[in-house]
Write a protein that binds this ligand. Structure first.
Ligand code: GLA
Length: 416
């Protein structure tokens, strides 16, 4: 398996040596993600279809003989040290909560069961997943942290190693269970009530494949994304999302409310995932107007994901693009999680002939759009977005042409 971002990780390895005076044991690289379709469906037990992108959070680390965790977040030039024996409940840098949370949950939920005790770690952390842009930098950080803490115990989970090292044990849990642990970290230690999609794709991404994930059973399938002359382009509004803000939680509550009401007529449903469009149409008039709009979007989006996956399998890329556009319209008009800046970006993209599909991605209220586009139109998209978006919003956007990469990996540094 190929090394991930060798230029960057070599530099980080040197930073580690400068700082700690010896070589690291491993380098972890966990990717961000972009969701092609299936938005706000994960916490409704529905379907999602994300890809891992070639932007990563790296943790270069080594085990310590004590129970201290010494961290240096390079990009922020912040340091933080904590002891695994004494939980530090004081206010600490936001990024450190992920490491503290992962350490606690790994010990109590995974390692206790297999008779392992966490050891201390020295680590340098750095990354190029834009922060707060809806590309899952926080999921990448918690995934990277979980592999790093396993790493200091000489453990790794199956299929995550670039090169194996002797005296490393491959353990359970399966990646989906580790993803759930990372999700719990976000809930309990970062105060973000997110779904399961982001850590799962960060762990399970596969080069040139999208992940069709059933967020209830956690069954998944890698679907080839042979882009050939098609590019995956992400446009960043550079408007920071407020995911932890009330709106995300409000949407969750509105969906739950809809289910509760519809249970009168369909007692077996436990989430919107169980409601077909046909059934929904029978009962929607009984729902309060806002609840009705929110639920209809989710029911439709779940159907769209399944249709989109089939379209991709049958190489019907134009249907795939139409579904992306419809997904955006639903998020904008019915789920109401888009914003002016995201709409300007999708309007520009959708007006270009060779753009196949464009939609907001992630939680919304800022962040990024995802665009599938024929290679020959990329310069048109780039110049129009740079000019028109800036003119209309007064903000300069960022544009990333991305490759679809693998999920999180650990590279063991040789023992010699
Ligand atoms: C955020 C959450 C995900 C998902 C998306 C919306 O990215 O972390 O779990 O709910 O929003 O699809």
């Amino acid at each position: 398996m190929k090394d991930i971002e060798p230029d960057i990780t070599n530099r980080l390895e040197l930073e580690f040596i400068n700082r700690f005076g010896h070589s690291p044991d491993f380098i972890i690289s966990a990717p961000g993600r972009v969701n092609l379709i299936g938005e706000h469906t994960d916490y409704n037990d529905g379907y999602v279809f994300p890809v891992a992108i070639d932007k990563y959070i790296h943790i270069v680390g080594s085990k310590r003989s004590d129970r201290q965790v010494h961290l240096h977040a390079l990009d922020m030039d912040e340091e933080y040290t904590f002891s695994l024996d004494a939980p530090d409940n004081s206010e600490t840098p936001a990024w450190s909560n992920y490491l503290k949370g992962v350490a606690h949950l790994l010990q109590t939920q995974v390692l206790n069961k297999i008779g392992h005790t966490l050891q201390g770690m020295s680590a340098v952390i750095s990354g190029n997943v834009p922060i707060g842009a809806g590309l899952s930098s926080s999921a990448a950080l918690s995934v990277a942290s979980s592999l790093a803490f396993l790493g200091v115990c000489g453990l790794q989970i199956a299929d995550t190693s670039i090169n194996t090292k002797s005296r490393v044990s491959v353990i359970q849990p399966p990646p989906t269970e580790l993803a759930a642990l990372c999700q719990r970290t976000e809930h309990e230690f970062a105060g973000v009530n997110c779904g399961i999609m982001d850590p799962t794709i960060s762990l399970l991404g596969k080069t040139d494949h999208a992940l069709f994930l059933d967020c209830r059973s956690l069954e998944y399938r890698h679907v080839p994304l042979n882009l050939e002359d098609i590019l995956l382009v992400i446009c960043n509004t550079n408007v920071k999302r407020e995911l932890a803000s009330s709106e995300y939680n409000k949407r969750r509550a509105e969906c739950e409310r809809g289910v509760e009401i519809m249970q009168q007529w369909m007692p077996n449903i436990t989430s919107l995932r169980d409601v077909t469009l046909e059934d929904f149409k029978k009962y929607e008039v009984e729902l309060p107007q806002i609840t009705q709009k929110r639920c209809r979007y989710v029911v439709e989006e779940n159907t769209r994901v399944q249709t989109a996956v089939n379209a991709l399998i049958t190489k019907d890329i134009s249907t795939f693009g139409t579904l992306m556009n419809e997904s955006h319209a639903g998020l904008r008009d019915a789920y109401e999680v888009s914003c002016d800046e995201l709409n300007v970006l999708t309007d520009i993209a959708q007006s270009i002939d060779r753009v196949i599909g464009a939609r907001m991605t992630g939680a919304g209220f800022g962040g990024c759009t995802v665009n599938l586009i024929y290679q020959d139109a990329v310069e048109t998209l780039r110049s129009r977005v740079m000019k028109e978006y800036t003119q209309r919003t007064g903000i300069e956007p960022d544009i990333y042409v991305c490759n679809v990469g693998d999920g999180a990996r650990i590279k063991w540094i040789s023992e010699t």
